[in-house]
Write a protein that binds this ligand. Structure first.
Ligand code: NAP
Length: 243
């Protein structure tokens, strides 16, 4: 039994650790960050080359099962994997961490809508945490931005007035609260990523009276089997092995 584990998340690393070496798992990373946190066991890095490339790779490597533990906003790779697995009849599971309850957040459908909301509400000091590909929509927004990302966004996508903070979670409540206060932030813009690693910023924003603009998750492809925890995903793989 050979498993392809689509990764790039803490959950994917935890699942690789739970299954390795009992199960033959190949983890796959997109290769976006120069020094990725690596899972245990074999790893391949880089895109497959679209749907056709992934289909060829699954056949060449004789993959029996695919577990998709990519980030909830990594919608393209998930769409490709769902399509290819359906075509090949390969069992496919999505490990999707539960979304955050939005609470008082203003929920929007896209980065562009988040930028419109910031402008429409007149927020002036924004903590932007939507990642390196999430800055372009804010380029023309007239506000000051504290932009936090793992790797630097393309300079062409950055709003004029900003400070860049390169760092990788997890983050804690006290640190997040201090950051909001130090920079006199009035609005936090975040994806609804879910999970504990970056959740403290939401509690800190509530304490500090900072508005939250939350980009809703893209929908999963219809009909895919989904679990919420690493343990459930590991059980599903073991059940496949047991036949
Ligand atoms: P995406 O938009 O869904 O995918 C774009 C392309 O990147 C895919 O078509 C595929 O290229 C390649 N790719 C993505 N994930 C891959 C993987 N695990 N293994 C091999 N190729 C992959 O993805 P994204 O949002 O850019 O995210 C890229 C990676 O970063 C993912 O692994 C994701 O788990 C991780 N990540 C994303 C976010 C986020 O907010 N989006 C946050 C944290 C971590 P081909 O078409 O050439 O196969």
């Amino acid at each position: 039994m050979k498993v392809l584990l689509l990764g790039g998340t803490g959950e994917a690393r935890a699942l690789a650790a739970a299954l390795h070496p009992e199960v033959e798992v190949i983890s796959s990373l997109a290769g976006r960050v120069p020094d990725p946190a690596l899972p245990v066991g074999p790893v391949r890095i880089g895109g497959f080359g679209g749907v056709d490339g992934m289909r060829r790779w699954l056949l060449d490597e004789r993959i029996d099962v695919v577990v998709d533990a990519t980030h909830p906003f990594a919608a393209t790779i998930t769409a490709h994997a769902a399509q290819v697995c359906a075509e090949l009849g390969t069992p496919y599971l999505v490990l999707a961490r539960p979304a955050w309850a939005p609470g008082d957040a203003i929920v929007v459908g896209s980065d562009r809508e988040a930028a419109e909301t910031v402008t429409g509400n007149g927020y002036s000091r924004i903590f932007l945490t939507t990642g390196r590909s999430g800055t372009a929509a804010f380029k023309g927004v007239d506000a000051w931005f504290l932009i936090r990302a793992v790797t630097a966004p393309d300079p062409d996508t950055l709003p004029a007035d900003h400070e860049l903070l390169l760092s990788r979670g997890p983050y804690d409540y006290d640190g997040e609260l201090a950051l909001l206060r130090e920079h006199r932030i009035d609005a936090l813009v975040t994806k609804n990523s879910g999970g504990a690693m970056t959740e403290p910023k939401l509690r800190a924003a509530a304490t500090a009276g900072v508005a939250v603009v939350m980009v809703d998750r893209p929908a999963l492809p219809p009909g895919v089997r989904t679990v919420a925890t690493v343990e459930e995903a590991a059980d599903w793989v073991r059940a496949k092995i047991a036949g």
